[in-house]
Ligand binder design. Structure first.
Ligand SMILES: [Zn+2]
Length: 291
């Protein structure tokens, strides 16, 4: 039923936008829709002022996000829809079948995906290496769409790549000291990072960030913290620290933010928060947790 309503809404949007798009050439920029913050940030870096990027998930939980009517209108008018892929955007098949001509860039294509309990873990963007591969895919796609600005995109790509490599170097230097160590994550989102640095996460919530922890899970986490001598509990940057505080109090510990890059508000973006700064914050707080 839900799917049916969705398809009708989409058909309506296509009719409405079809009527207006011919006289709607208000600029020459490439119009890209990004499914959520990390994708948005990477496209901004490579596209610069030649690309207009619209971030679909500006508030709320990116895991449970579904595009509304305004979003579908933006998607249908765009030159490119860029997604993380790896199953993160559960709504993408509906878009593909209703808009078969839409250009879609899947940033996880070609990345080695991690399987957890028989399912693909979609959190590819939380490694420090993967965004570098994603930048290259974005650069290639923008050049394919807009060949005349090839040199511009190449230059932006090289600069962005350099910034991520600098962060990677910091991660390598710092995290190599803490092999085998565990941290308490707000949800089990960090497998791609763990794989690179031989770390362990204990997720307060599971991989899809949908289940509030029950009392038994909270007690399990407290026990793990005591046995592993951990006294920092991470809460999701931009969300409440209440659950983390409750757990931390049990071990006389502290709470710190860590970002999965899933809940960045437009206000954060307007204040200059970006992918690199969040990765740096995560590193700093991880080191504090391990010290
Ligand atoms: Zn997640």
């Amino acid at each position: 039923m839900k799917k049916k309503v969705y398809m009708i809404l989409l058909a309506l949007v296509l009719v409405i936008t079809g009527c207006t798009s011919s006289n709607n050439k208000d600029n020459e920029k490439i119009n890209v829709v990004a499914s959520f913050f990390p994708v948005y940030d990477l496209i901004k870096r490579v596209g610069g002022d030649k690309v207009e990027v619209n971030n679909l998930t500006q508030t709320g939980d990116a895991h449970s996000f579904e595009p509304g009517i305004k979003d579908m209108e933006n998607i249908s008018k765009s030159d490119l829809l860029a997604i993380n892929g790896a199953g993160f955007e559960g709504w993408i098949d509906q878009i593909k079948s209703s808009q078969p001509d839409l250009k879609i860039l899947d940033l996880s294509e070609g990345i080695d995906l991690i399987e957890v309990d028989g399912h693909t873990d979609p959190h590819t963007w939380l490694s420090v290496k993967n965004p570098q591969l994603m930048l290259e895919k974005i650069k290639d796609k923008l050049i394919e769409i807009d060949k005349k600005n090839e040199a511009y995109y190449n230059e932006n790509y090289e600069k962005a790549l350099e910034e991520f490599k600098t962060v990677e170097k910091k991660y390598d230097e710092e995290l190599s000291k803490y092999k085998g160590r565990a941290f308490i994550a707000p949800h089990a989102a960090f497998n791609y990072l763990l794989q690179e640095y031989d770390l362990e996460q204990v997720g307060i919530e599971g991989i899809n960030s949908v289940n509030e922890p029950n009392a038994a899970r909270m007690k399990e986490i407290v026990d793990i913290m005591k046995s592993k001598n951990i006294n920092i509990v991470f809460y999701e940057y931009g969300q409440s620290d209440k659950i983390a505080q409750t757990i931390a109090e049990e071990v006389n510990g502290k709470v710190l933010p860590i970002s999965t890059l899933e809940v960045i508000t437009q206000k954060d973006v307007d204040n200059g928060m970006d992918y690199i700064k969040l990765l740096e914050m995560n590193l700093e707080n991880l080191v504090t947790s391990f010290e």
